[in-house]
Write a protein that binds this ligand. Structure first.
Ligand SMILES: [Zn+2]
Length: 147
């Protein structure tokens, strides 16, 4: 990990700093779960700069996860893009080096979908639809009562 996801505030005094990192889920202290896997490196791209009394980090994050399809349970890979994430910290609260690992981790977790479906259109869904339809009919026992 070394200097990844760290900003040396002194270096920013008169210029922006470009950020281009490729990190792994281990770098973020994310434990692999059986039902949620990070399949590629996490790409981080953007810049850091100082504005008045604040350190501002502006990033795009790109990563891919693999999760079981909520319908057929086959593992599905899903790409997640986080555009224009802002991390803002007051300079007076930063010792000399600002590490934004936790912010990246939180941002990634917020964007992970709670369920995925294979190819956005699971083959098994068609069968499910028929099932749901039948259930729906059953759930309206009074629909045929005449007024
Ligand atoms: Zn599926």
């Amino acid at each position: 990990m070394e200097n990844k996801l760290k900003i040396f505030v002194d270096r920013l005094k008169n210029r922006d700093e470009k950020i281009k990192e490729e990190i792994s889920f281990q770098d973020l202290d994310i434990k692999m779960e059986e039902e949620l896997q990070f399949v590629k490196p996490i790409l981080i791209d953007g810049k850091a700069y100082i504005s008045n009394e604040d350190l501002i980090i502006n990033l795009n994050i790109e990563f891919s996860i693999s999760m079981p399809c909520s319908i057929c349970n086959k593992f599905v890979e899903k790409e997640v893009l986080i555009k224009n994430l802002y991390i803002i910290e007051m300079l007076k609260d930063i010792p000399a080096i600002y590490e934004y690992k936790r912010e990246i981790k939180n941002a990634c977790f917020l964007e992970i979908p709670s369920f995925v479906e294979c190819l956005g259109n699971c083959q098994a869904r068609q069968n499910m639809k028929n099932y749901f339809k039948k259930e729906t009919d059953k759930n309206f026992p009074f629909s045929n009562i005449e007024e």
